[in-house]
Design a protein around this ligand. Structure first.
Ligand code: HEM
Length: 145
């Protein structure tokens, strides 16, 4: 059987298997106002260090990747069509950035959330209980911390 990743199907002749990655216009897609292009809800950074994926695009998998993106982004206004889009001008040293990652990762993490302790616990599915025979469905497995 042929490999079936989108790339494999594309190279086999299915032009629809891959599409151009279109820029998410954010709030502008709702309001149709150009000045809202690229505007997204600002999420709380509480417990952000516990999240296995960051940003609405889930394009980052760690604070260590998210923080540099505020300093080292490459503006591409032609692609993004955001008026005035550019780099943030935070004048942080490498040490400041590392401190920021530790602050968000530890200083903003509630151990009750990390440990799923009351009141942040949840019911356990029968399939997750110890001693249960058979494998839990893949969807019941927690992401690695
Ligand atoms: C050094 C300063 C900053 C740090 C360390 C920082 C850190 C982060 C992190 C870790 C996330 C991911 C949160 C998640 O997905 O749960 C995030 C998302 C976000 N931040 Fe920041 N942030 C900073 C400055 C700013 C500023 C100045 C703005 C707005 C002017 C901003 C707006 C946003 C928005 C809109 C998102 C969500 C983006 C999306 O969903 O794709 N941030 N930030």
């Amino acid at each position: 059987m042929a490999d079936a990743a989108p790339w494999d199907r594309y190279t086999a002749g299915d032009a629809s298997a891959l599409t151009a990655t279109e820029f998410d216009e954010g709030l502008a897609a709702v309001t149709s106002l150009p000045e809202h292009a690229g505007d997204f809800k600002v999420p709380s950074l509480r417990n952000a260090g516990l999240r296995p994926r960051l940003m609405h695009t889930v394009e980052m998998n760690a604070l260590a990747a998210a923080i540099p993106s505020y300093f080292d982004t490459i503006p591409s206004p032609d692609r993004d069509k955001i008026p005035g889009f550019g780099n943030y001008a935070f004048n942080f040293t490498g040490n400041d950035r590392a401190t920021l990652a530790v602050f968000i990762g530890r200083g903003l993490t509630d151990p009750r959330v990390r440990d799923e302790a009351y009141p942040f616990d949840r019911p356990t599915l029968a399939s997750e209980q110890p001693g249960r025979t058979g494998n839990p469905p893949a969807s019941a497995k927690r992401p690695p911390r």
